[in-house]
Each structure stands twice: as C-alpha cells, then as structure tokens.
Design a protein around this ligand. Structure first.
Ligand code: PEP
Ligand code: MN
Length: 334
C-alpha cells in the first residue's frame, strides 16, 4: 500500500497516520523524495483503504500488491517524464535518442561524435569513463579526467551526457560532470550503489541485469526511488539466454510489459541488446515500435578502431540512416 502524504504535513500528524497503519499489522516505511512524501505499508491483512484515505494528512492511498510499490503504475498512471533541460523530455510524447561511443577515448573522438549528434538533432551523448570490462587487461576507461573533458566538450555544444557509475565512491567525484548516472547491467543488484544514487538528485538510468528478471529490475528501481530519487528510467539491454548467435537476447517483450507495470520511462539499448553492428538498427526500430521512450546506442567515427564494443558500434553514416528511419517510423506510429 502507498500512502501519499500531503505536502507540509507536520510530524505529529504523520505519527498518528503511522500508528494507525501499524495497528492494522502493517509495517510502515517513510519515503521522502524530491517530489513527495509517502508511507509504504507492507502487510498481509485485507483492509479497507478508505479508512486510511480519510485520515488527516493523507492526500491519497493506493493498494499495490506487487513487491515493488512506488515504481508501479498502479498508483501513478502518467509516465514520470524526466526533463534533462529545455526540449529534452525523457518519457514525453517523443522518444529521446542518446548516442555515443561505448567508451570515451580522447577529446578528438568526443568532438567528432558531438558534431555528428548535433547534425542529427540528438541532444544526449553516452560514453563510459569507468568501464566494467570482462577482462582486466582491456581498456578500463579514462576515469574522472576523461569525464571532465567529456563534460566540457558537451557543455560547449549544449549536449547532455550520460555515463556509467560503478561504485559509491565515484558518485561525489562525478556529480558535477554528469547529467544522467547510468547503472550498468553488472550492478543492477548492487543495492548499496542503488541506495546511494537514491540520495542524489540527478537522473538515473538503470539497466536490466545480465540475467535479471523484470521483477528484479523493478525491485532494483524501487531501491533508488525509496531512497529518495524519483528521476529514474529503466533500460532493456538484452539478457543472457541459451542463444549464442548474438551477444545478448534483446527482450522486446520487456518494453510493453515494463510500460504496463511501471510509470518510469523505458529505454532500449539495441547495441548491447544484439551486439552485432549490422542488426542494431533493426532492433532499435523494433524497440521504438514496441513503445520505448528512448533509444540509447553506440556510435563512433571509426567503429573498427573503437577501444571497446567495436563490433556493435555504428559509424556516422549508419547512425544517420537509423535516425532517419526512426523519424519515419515515429510519423507512421503517430
Ligand atoms: C555500456 O553501456 O557500455 C555497458 C557496459 O552496458 P551494459 O551495462 O548494459 O553491459
Ligand atoms: Mn558498450
């Protein structure tokens, strides 16, 4: 059960509500975010929630039986759009594109991609500076110095940036240089990291775990939300399956299902989703048709020379063709 509290509620009114709910054999957790104050009540007993709705200080009350509560669409019908800045609304009527290299490699590389994105009208650039690589002997990213450069070049160009945070200690270092914190598939269930990101006021993109279920993804999102951060979006990036013909199995089903289950925006990552450059566009189009609120994909001036994920990275020509196809698709879907 979610009890939405009135703004400016005083502590004694809050206490009375909590005691009443506890008297019904429900535990109460208080959640305060940038946008509101809530009590999440967990219990087994069937109760008439109208009693709670009529208590002083209660704005509304919702019955949510899933393990995840605050991220559920059961209490919030409207998609919770995130405004990165003027004209960039994630979860609004138009899908948002985010593109860039897997890893930030050099200032020249970033400038080339920024120019490409500007030509294509893309306002958000992706790129990792802390890279979760399977092998410790491969390029691990440029680190915080790389992020400072990435940020400087993006800001000059009016581009927002999204980059992966791998551990709690990086949050503070990165904070001033990040528009969206990405949580990678290897950290989807790093609950300490999720809690810490819940305490920041920057948007978070949470990827689905490598072998993560949809329910697990939603519960991970609940960690961030319940720790205080409502600016949250989810990302389907493919899961590990028995199929070895491609890097991951992009789960197209997840897009409409997540849209039904949660009010959070849902982003698709076709690059990691299939891992094969020549098929990234097809998967991106499928995800857009399935209702994704955004597409995040990898692009590089010279994919063959990319220091990571070269095999799934588009060149500028392929990226431009994808943008044109997505525009045509959007017109048809309208
Ligand atoms: C990435 O976005 O480059 C990345 C490492 O993604 P994932 O966490 O989905 O593997
Ligand atoms: Mn990558």
């Amino acid at each position: 059960m979610i009890i939405q509290l009135k703004h400016h509620i005083d502590s004694s009114t809050k206490e009375r509500i909590a005691q009443f709910v506890q008297s019904l054999d429900y535990t109460v957790s208080e959640v305060s975010t940038q946008k509101g104050n809530y009590f999440v009540g967990i219990g087994k007993k069937e109760i008439d929630i109208r009693h709670i709705g009529s208590l002083e200080g209660v704005a509304d009350v919702y019955r949510v039986s899933e393990n995840y509560k605050l991220v559920s669409r059961k209490w919030k019908q409207q998609t919770s759009a995130i405004e990165l800045g003027p004209g960039v609304l994630i979860g609004g009527p138009e899908p948002v594109l985010m593109a860039g290299p897997c890893a930030i490699e050099s200032e020249d590389q970033v400038r080339a991609v920024v120019d490409h994105l500007k030509q294509q009208g893309i306002r958000v650039m992706r790129g990792g500076v802390f890279k979760p690589r399977s092998s410790p002997y491969t390029f691990q990213g440029l680190g915080i110095e790389g992020l400072r450069m990435f940020h400087r070049v993006c800001k000059e160009a009016g581009i927002y940036l999204i980059t992966e945070v791998m551990e709690i200690a990086q949050i503070e270092q990165m904070y001033d240089y990040v528009d969206v914190f990405q949580v990678g598939a290897r950290n989807t269930q790093n609950f300490n990291l999720l809690n810490a990101l819940g305490k920041t006021d920057k948007p978070v993109l949470l990827k689905r775990g490598i072998s993560g279920t949809i329910d697990e993804l939603l519960q991970s999102a609940e960690y961030v939300f319940s720790a205080g951060n409502e600016q949250l979006m989810l990302c389907e990036r493919g899961i590990r399956s028995f199929e070895s013909a491609y890097r991951n199995t992009f789960d197209i089903n997840a897009i409409p299902l997540l849209k039904e289950k949660t009010h959070l925006p849902v982003i698709a990552d076709p690059s990691h989703g299939i891992g094969i450059r020549s098929h990234v566009a097809a998967v991106a189009l499928a995800a857009a048709a399935a209702g994704a609120d955004g597409i995040i994909y990898e692009v590089h001036a010279q994919p063959e020379r990319a220091l990571s994920d070269a095999q799934q990275t588009l060149n500028f020509e392929e990226s431009a063709a994808l943008v044109a196809q997505l525009k045509r698709l959007a017109a048809v879907l309208k």
